[in-house]
Design a protein around this ligand. Structure first.
Ligand code: FEO
Length: 135
């Protein structure tokens, strides 16, 4: 299964956010490794839970910055976060109950979502933060 490689095109121009995105990419890659190398259900569950936990922490960081700097598109951006958290929670529940394996389809969804969200939604937010002097 393919992995995501960080490159500078993913930078949103804000150091703290870029650092967290790099960590998120590492965690998605860890999940890809765990699922493609036949790790046990328990190991995959743990990796998935770690990814979800860090994702929520990361969304919290961005949302705090949105509030602090009065980001005008915060509602749309937060909705994207909420939709992803709901989808991820569903995935975790299904994986726990043994109804879903982390196959190519699930990994592709996670990878595509992350790359697209960073490249479009987060970049727009990063550009706004730059205008407020946040880098
Ligand atoms: Fe980096 Fe909007 O999540």
């Amino acid at each position: 299964m393919g992995k995501i490689a960080w490159n500078n095109a993913y930078s949103v121009g804000v150091e703290k956010i870029d650092g967290q995105h790099k960590r998120l990419i590492d965690l998605v890659n860890d999940l890809s490794d765990a699922s493609s190398t036949g790790k046990t259900k328990e190991v995959i569950e743990k990796v998935l839970a770690g990814l979800v936990e860090y994702t929520q922490y990361h969304f919290g960081t961005e949302e705090e910055l949105m509030g602090k700097h009065a980001y005008p598109d915060s509602l749309t951006h937060k909705k994207a976060h909420q939709d992803f958290v709901a989808k991820a929670a569903d995935l975790v529940a299904k994986q726990k109950s043994g109804n879903v394996t982390i196959g190519i389809e699930v990994m592709t969804f996670l990878q595509n979502w992350l790359v697209e969200h960073i490249s479009v939604v987060d970049k727009k937010f990063g550009a706004y933060l730059n205008t407020k002097g946040v880098k």
